[in-house]
Design a protein around this ligand. Structure first.
Ligand code: ATP
Ligand code: MG
Ligand code: FE
Length: 341
């Protein structure tokens, strides 16, 4: 039976219905970005209150789009962490209450496992073992996926996450919040080669990332420039090339270190067109396979939570009815799934 998925870890309310046999039946997303824009970042208390306002209408809308009544649900999945505690509690409380009243199981999903499994929503899905690059607003991680649920951290960021670096770089050049996607759009118009920034930590072994130095390089270049629109696009291009090159180099290194033949890219930065093109090209040149979610499932969404929850429920993972969330939650602490996927 289909599983309802609820995402509310940050500033998007996402709801979806996923069925392991029939696939994704419906999904809806409400983004709070306009609400937070005037503050230049997410205001946690405003985020929680807006989830309260939007969640139930979105659940009704999604069920209607799937042609389902609540009684047709076989389970409810929700993001239990990591994320903003108040925002997480809204989704967790609603999901647990709904599941309890329907007498179906509820399951708390790890947000980053959701991102990591999002490519399984596509027709061409990866099979473990594979290496996953998770690049989002709060994380930059390389992970060895030995089986679904069995994750080994190969590399992590020492400072800013990749998406955070996109957003902060956009901000320092005067782009409005949230700047990452806008910076990427500008970069496509920019001239390649006018600004060249370093590829941090690629000149020494290891799989960790560091992006705060790159951000400082961009700041200095920008401050010492004429600050015209054309220059902004050229700097954006230089930044994006440095970022994408760095991610590509580390992905290839991780594939080599693990011997894996498949690579998964997920998280908001996975929507980046240059990153997708460069890795697709590297894959065909070097003979590995690369898998991405469609761009709208790279950023936060309910579909990835419904899918991850459906897999965990199928594997028989049981939890108490307590409403528990984990603002910080280690991905490596999850239990492996033994069910065939
Ligand atoms: P986390 O998943 O780590 O908790 P998050 O949920 O806030 O963080 P996501 O929703 O996965 O992050 O992704 C949002 C991030 O993706 C933002 O930092 C945004 O700038 C970045 N992003 C979105 N689209 C693009 C793009 N086309 N190019 C580069 N970055 C992008
Ligand atoms: Mg967001
Ligand atoms: Fe996310």
């Amino acid at each position: 039976k289909p599983v309802l998925g609820i995402e509310s870890s940050c500033d998007e309310t996402g709801v979806a219905v996923y069925d392991l046999e029939r696939g994704l039946l419906a999904h809806r997303l409400y983004s709070q970005v306009r609400l937070h824009a005037e503050y230049g970042g997410v205001v946690p208390e405003l985020a929680s209150r807006d989830h309260v306002r939007k969640l139930l209408p979105l659940v009704r809308e999604t069920l209607a789009a799937a042609g389902l009544d609540v009684a047709g649900l076989g389970g409810v999945a929700y993001t239990a962490g990591p994320g903003l505690i108040g925002a997480l509690l809204v989704g967790a409380a609603a999901a647990r209450a709904l599941a309890w009243s329907l007498e179906v199981p509820a399951i708390g999903v790890h947000h980053m496992e959701g991102h990591l499994l999002a490519p399984l929503l596509e027709a061409e899905a990866p099979q473990a073992p594979f290496v996953a690059l998770l690049v989002s607003g709060g994380h930059s991680m390389l992970i060895a996926v030995d089986a679904i649920g069995s994750y080994r951290l190969l590399g992590d960021t020492l400072d800013d996450a990749a998406g955070e670096a996109f957003d902060k770089t956009a901000k320092l050049m005067g782009l409005p919040y949230p700047g990452g996607p806008q910076l990427a759009r500008l970069a496509e118009q920019g001239q390649s080669g006018r600004f060249r920034f370093s590829r941090p930590m690629t000149d020494r072994p290891g799989l960790d990332f560091s992006f705060s130095g790159l951000k400082t390089q961009v700041l200095l270049a920008w401050q010492n420039s004429d600050q015209s629109d054309a220059t902004r696009a050229d700097v954006a291009r230089g930044f994006e090339e440095a970022m994408v090159d760095t991610l590509r180099i580390k992905c290839l290194r991780a594939l080599e270190a693990t011997g894996a033949k498949s690579l998964v890219i997920a998280g908001g930065v996975g929507a980046n067109r240059r990153l997708r093109a460069q890795l697709a090209e590297a894959a065909s040149r070097q003979g590995f396979r690369v898998f991405f979610p469609r761009p709208e499932f790279c950023t936060d969404n309910g579909a990835m939570i419904a899918l991850a929850g459906a897999l965990r429920l199928q594997a028989g993972q049981l939890e108490s009815n307590a409403i528990k969330v984990f603002p910080r939650w280690d991905l490596e602490s999850l239990s492996p799934l033994h069910a065939a996927v």
